[in-house]
Design a protein around this ligand. Structure first.
Ligand code: EPU
Length: 303
């Protein structure tokens, strides 16, 4: 897929910045991902909606990129456009009982700002290196809590066959899911927070970060936890119990610190990561009968 002149002109007329042939490896925390033919960089909600309308009108398939932290993008070239929400720099709208944040906002930054203002509820989120929109879609969680405990509503652009409609909705949360369709684009999220003492809230966040640094390979390149936890158990514990820490395929490696992390040890390809995932799943299945399911979102080269 390549951009047509008409598409370039429409994006330029709407003031939506874009680049061509952008390597997704530069935009994912695991440092993997092929080239996107068109990479859109809207800087506000109006431009996001314009970008979605133009892509829909030109029938260009697309995917939405947040912080790229829970994402495994295949080795390219990719056959779809990417809309990056990160450059969308709308300031959070603070209130006495919560905040409305843009989808592209970085969740740990929002969590910290909330604590500093004496708004509690986002302490769990300080160590989740995702965007607000991505964390909502995934119902991201840590430290015994998750997005569902604090989200009041989400403003979502629902991309239909011909038009884009904006809706405010209460997500139907389940473990690591908000029940949104692939084509739903989160624009803003309203968090309901409670009053707290800034020093106490910041101390809880510091504890959560310290625990995470002790138990998870936070400095290495990864996409976070690779598998969902099976009911009543931990995927990391299972993979570890099967003796798979340190298992490698090329430069992809099962972390020796937390076995639910797959690390890019330098120049790993998506194919190597997929091969490692398949091997881990097969060995866990053979040893325990448990079928692990990926938590990380995969973008195949075709939409
Ligand atoms: N364990 C092992 N070996 C390992 C890893 C873990 O034996 O290699 C054991 C631990 O000792 C502990 C148990 O397994 O007894 C649970 O481990 P942990 O507390 O690390 O939690 P987890 O269930 O592995 C979940 C989330 C993490 C989140 C942590 C901390 C999932 C898939 N994982 O991990 O989320 O950070 O709790 O709150 O839900 C993510 O979703 O990307 C993620 C990292």
């Amino acid at each position: 897929m390549v951009a047509s002149d008409e598409l370039r002109r429409a994006l330029a007329a709407a003031g939506v910045g874009f680049s061509e042939g952008e390597r997704l490896a530069l935009h994912t925390t695991i440092g993997i991902g092929g080239e996107a033919p068109i990479f859109l960089k809207p800087t506000n909600a109006t431009e996001v909606l314009a970008a979605l309308a133009i892509l829909t009108r030109f029938e260009v398939p697309f995917r939405i990129l947040g912080a790229g932290s829970n994402l495994l993008v295949d080795d390219g070239p990719l056959d779809f456009a990417v809309v990056a929400l990160k450059p969308w720099l709308e300031e959070p709208a603070w209130a006495a009982d919560g905040v409305v944040a843009a989808a592209g906002a970085f969740l740990p930054g929002l969590a910290r700002a909330a604590a500093e203002r004496g708004l509690g509820g986002l302490e769990f989120a300080i160590g989740i290196p995702g965007s607000v929109g991505g964390a909502l879609r995934m119902n991201a969680g840590a430290a015994g809590s998750a997005m569902e405990t604090v989200v009041e509503w989400a403003e979502v652009a629902r991309v239909g066959e011909r038009e884009v409609a904006v809706e405010r909705l209460r997500p139907h949360f389940r473990y690591r899911s908000a029940g949104l369709a692939d084509q739903d684009v989160v624009l803003r999220v309203r968090f309901r927070l409670t009053r707290g003492e800034p020093t106490a809230l910041l101390a809880i966040q510091a504890e959560n970060i310290a625990r995470r640094r002790q138990t998870q390979p936070t400095a290495a390149r990864s996409a976070g936890c690779m598998f969902k936890n099976p009911a009543g158990d931990s995927a990391g514990r299972l993979v570890d119990a099967c003796g798979l820490k340190g298992l490698r395929r090329g430069a992809a490696e099962v972390s020796t610190l937390h076995a639910n992390y797959v690390l890019n040890r330098g120049g790993a390809s998506a194919a190597e990561v997929r091969a490692l995932i398949a091997e881990v799943k097969a060995r866990v299945r053979a040893a325990t009968g448990v079928e692990l399911e990926e938590e990380v979102v995969r973008w195949p080269t075709r939409p």
